[in-house]
Design a protein around this ligand. Structure first.
Ligand SMILES: NC(=O)c1ccc[n+]([C@@H]2O[C@H](COP(=O)([O-])OP(=O)(O)OC[C@H]3O[C@@H](n4cnc5c(N)ncnc54)[C@H](OP(=O)(O)O)[C@@H]3O)[C@@H](O)[C@H]2O)c1
Length: 243
């Protein structure tokens, strides 16, 4: 099961999973009908030049919403899904730099809780969780190389609701790992366009900032700070390879 397959990273994860595995990929999509959900996935694959007709029969849309109990499914459907799938890539999230924690919590935190519930139901399914390096506050990260083994302590200074929601989601994921669920956490830094086609998410914060700079003919003075940029195909390739 892949969540967030219609998103920027998700569509590249879908293409990578189709390419590197033989598995059927169940994609959790919030839409009204399976036909519309399928059309949405196909359209996204085409937009990002990832479409491959021969692999399309292995894409199985599932209607669901992360912010709802049992992902918005009735109990029999939730149980059936729990039985069908073998592994979960939980990549879906409400990625928003403005809204407060309270608004993002249902999708990002409670959605993760529902994913963990699904992972434990009927048979144990490993969970690969896509997170962000921003769960470490800028004051913690400053001048330090963040190690994978660094504890996710009380991160004072996480001011954005989005990073707070990812921090809490990671804490839930870690608790599940402590209780025996096989878990991997992938913390991406800022994801940019494809290394070969250059196709990027023109709606994200970084693209909008570049666009704003061009329109203004100016750039902000960032001082000494640097941006860590990773091409989307590198991120999706690394996640599937490591998983
Ligand atoms: N982009 C970055 O620079 C970056 C950096 C570090 C980590 N990440 C992480 O990477 C993951 C993907 O990010 P992205 O940039 O690809 O985001 P994105 O383009 O905004 O995609 C988000 C995906 O999540 C889905 N989603 C959101 N709310 C949902 C809900 N309530 N129920 C079901 N699906 C829902 C969206 O579905 P719809 O199509 O229906 O909206 C979409 O498919 C996230 O976990 C994010 O935290 C991203």
């Amino acid at each position: 099961l892949l969540t967030g397959a219609t998103g920027f990273l998700g569509i590249h994860l879908l293409a990578e999973l189709l390419d590197k595995t033989e598995a059927n990929i169940y994609c959790l999509i919030r839409d009204k009908s399976l036909e519309k959900a399928q059309a949405k996935i196909y359209q996204k694959l085409k937009t990002f030049q990832l479409w491959d007709e021969h692999k399309s029969s292995r894409i199985i849309p599932v209607i669901g919403d992360l912010s709802q109990k049992r992902l918005g499914m009735c109990e029999p459907d939730f149980l059936e899904l729990a039985e069908q799938i073998d592994v979960i890539y939980h990549n879906g999230a409400w990625v928003n730099a403005i809204y407060p924690y309270s608004m993002l919590k249902p999708a990002n935190v409670l959605g993760t809780e529902e994913i963990l519930r699904l992972a434990c139901l009927i048979k144990t399914k490993p969970v690969h969780f896509v997170s962000t390096i921003s769960v470490f506050s800028p004051s913690y990260a400053q001048g330090n190389l963040i190690q994978e083994s660094d504890p996710l302590g009380m991160n004072h200074g996480l001011n954005a609701g989005y990073t707070q929601s990812k921090w809490v989601a990671e804490k839930l994921i870690m608790e599940a790992r402590k209780r025996g669920l096989p878990i991997t956490i992938f913390r991406a830094s800022r994801i940019i366009g494809h290394s070969k086609t250059g196709i990027c998410n023109t709606e994200d914060l970084f693209c909008r900032m570049i666009k704003g700079c061009i329109q203004l003919g100016m750039i902000p003075d960032f001082g000494d700070s640097t941006e860590d940029l990773t091409p989307v195909d590198y991120v999706s390739g690394a996640i599937v390879h490591l998983a």
